[in-house]
Design a binder for this molecule. Structure first.
Ligand SMILES: CC(C)(COP(=O)(O)OP(=O)(O)OC[C@H]1O[C@@H](n2cnc3c(N)ncnc32)[C@H](O)[C@@H]1OP(=O)(O)O)[C@@H](O)C(=O)NCCC(=O)NCCS
Length: 174
């Protein structure tokens, strides 16, 4: 587990943060896709969880969650984590971890039973994510099986659940 060397404040985004959040995602990712995605999801998905990490009154990191759908299981409340971004100068100091943990707690408080993520297989397991390859869940996108992971916020929530996980249609806009 990474050591927390900075002491970020993690809080929910406010409307006045939107331009800075966009700038953080533009700075971190090679293309504007993630920055645009956050803007689209904020308008079109419901509910969303969007949190920022603040150090010395500056937003240095951001995390976003939006609901996903599991085929034939409209009853399940599952969030998709995407994206996570920490400005390069602030990486490897525990800020990403603080954002993930805080975001998961908010999703849990909203009554969500699980979270899926399409991400680095060496990063997310530290929070309890496990590859969905061990489960009956599959990502709608053609991705390496080890990169698609899930974490139960309620024990057993996805036990024996099978199906295709689809993201909000905003993910398919280019
Ligand atoms: C991934 C990211 C959010 C992590 O934020 P962070 O503040 O550096 O994370 P933490 O300090 O909490 O954790 C650092 C750990 O993450 C690991 N890590 C960072 N980037 C990683 C990557 N691309 N793949 C795998 N592990 C990564 C580091 O090796 C470090 O591991 P260690 O604790 O074993 O040394 C940040 O590196 C980032 O914004 N990267 C670019 C954007 C990105 O790839 N986002 C995630 C999309 S799934």
């Amino acid at each position: 587990m990474s050591k927390l060397t900075l002491d970020p404040v993690i809080r929910a985004e406010q409307p006045e943060d939107f331009p800075t959040i966009r700038a953080v995602n533009l700075a971190v990712f090679p293309t504007p896709f993630e920055a645009d995605l956050v803007d689209r999801l904020r308008q079109r998905a419901q509910p969303t969880v969007s949190q920022v990490a603040v150090v010395d009154d500056t937003i240095v990191g951001h995390i976003f969650f939006s609901p996903v759908h599991i085929s034939k299981r409209d009853d399940l409340k599952v969030m998709g984590l995407a994206p996570t971004a920490v400005l390069p100068a602030y990486q490897r100091q525990g800020i990403g971890s603080a954002l993930v943990r805080s975001g998961l707690a908010v999703c849990q408080a909203l009554g969500y039973g699980a979270v899926v993520v399409l991400g680095h297989p060496s990063y997310y397991p530290r929070f309890g994510f496990v590859p969905t390859a061990r489960t009956g869940l599959r990502c709608v996108y053609d991705v390496p099986v080890e990169a698609f992971m899930m974490l139960e916020l309620q024990p057993g929530y996805l036990q024996d659940v099978q199906g295709i996980v689809t993201y909000h249609p905003a993910f398919d806009d280019v």
